[in-house]
Design a protein around this ligand. Sequence first.
Ligand code: SAH
Ligand code: SF4
Ligand code: F3S
Length: 495
Amino acid sequence: MERAMNDKVNTMFAEEIGQTAPAGLSEAERQRFFVKKAAGYVAEESRALGRPLTAAVTTFGCQMNARDSEKLSGILREIGYRLQEEEDADFVIFNTCTVRDNANQRVYGRLGYLHANKKKNPHMKIALCGCMMQEPGAVEKIRNSYDFVDIIFGTHNIFKLAELIVRSYEQKGMLIDIWEDTSQIVEDLPIQRKYPFKSGVNIMFGCNNFCSYCIVPYVRGRERSRQPKDILQEIERLAADGVKEVMLLGQNVNSYGRNLEPPVSFGELLREVEKIEGIRRIRFMTSHPKDLSDDLIRVMADSKKICRHLHLPLQSGSSRLLKLMNRRYDKEQYLALAAKIRKAIPDISITTDIIVGFPGETEEDFLDTLDVVKQVQFENAFTFIYSKRTGTPAASMDDQIPDKVAHERFDRLLKLVQETARKRAGLLTGTVQTVLAESVNTQDDSLLTGRLSNNSLVHFPGTPDMIGGLYQIALLECKGFYYIGKQVKGELEDE
Ligand code: SAH
Ligand code: SF4
Ligand code: F3S
């Protein structure tokens, strides 16, 4: 474990803090010690103000960040903060993303609003963490232009939130603690889940793939898999707590467990998760096409619990660009893989991510992308305009594509994606499907919104007490990308 930058700011940090926690504790025990200590400070401030202190966690970016935010929320709750959504809280933390530049710009914009809140409430503490904080340039900019921020930390030490809060009560000025990488995985800290009935579960951290456009390996560090026993124990606990659906999370779940001793495959892990009673649905994100094995297809086809949905990022349909992107598959391999999956699991829905405007992308390359979309007929595709990320190999490639060309291609791609997705969307109309009721419909509160195994949404008449249950729903009609349905039987019992 290294502490990278900003030594000037808090050189004494670890040593000083170390002295306040008893020696010989595990990292989780140390953090529980700091949770108690922070709780003391928060209670004291709350008494002085004559009201409870509030905290808000705002998440940018992907499912990994959403899960990290649940960990941050769990720690804040233990410390005694009342969690709320609104950012006028006493403690506000932004869990940031830096995968594309617009994610960064949103953070800077929102910081402006926070500053106004802080002027009204001088007790307010503002913390920033997550992927963007792993970029020295971003941290430098915040130090120089947003000096009202109290705490900055990164992706490798989110478990230290309580310790950092203690420190910020004891020290004036901006506190910065960023690690360059870590081999540490700290288990067993409190977690505040967003949904009672479904949960993300990290199975691995980091990424080793270094796709040439992507900043994630630099900000999330090297790939580290959790031990299967820790993952299974976490899922057993979630099941005991009423969770019915788990989403196994990793940047490339298909390479899960390769570096464990002894090695374990993702398929083997899934077989074990399948056995856990109470868990009714299993999802996972993200699958890299280069590592998707026949064994995984078999496990999915045989499973009663693994959902009929695979997110399989394509990025580009051009073999030439895929090589430059360092994706390590070509157009034909991707097409063959998608066809094999559709054949083995006919009711599966395949979704994808696509980038347009990668350096050097020609009209011919782009037509290859359109061709793959036509052939695979994705149920949905997330489309992105290439964003140059400093420090990645693609950032220094010749022939960056002008914005106008990228936007024009983006619009053409989106149109085709919507056409093909719409064609596939209605395929289940007239059938009865199992649906997990997830929320009250935002437009009409006599309806619930639920999800099919293939990730499609369905709206059907129901009451809030049904949320979290699995129901048999007849799909009456497909409206564009969602279904309208009606319940045909009561709540499903565990099989
Ligand atoms: N690990 C996942 C992706 C994580 S990032 C995978 O390999 O599929 C999510 C998506 O953001 C990527 O699939 C890619 O399509 C997009 N993305 C990543 N870097 C980008 C960049 N520099 N510009 C535009 N889109 C990017
Ligand atoms: Fe980025 Fe590629 Fe890793 Fe996905 S697999 S996080 S796109 S480097
Ligand atoms: Fe963004 Fe970090 Fe996820 S850069 S996409 S939040 S891993």
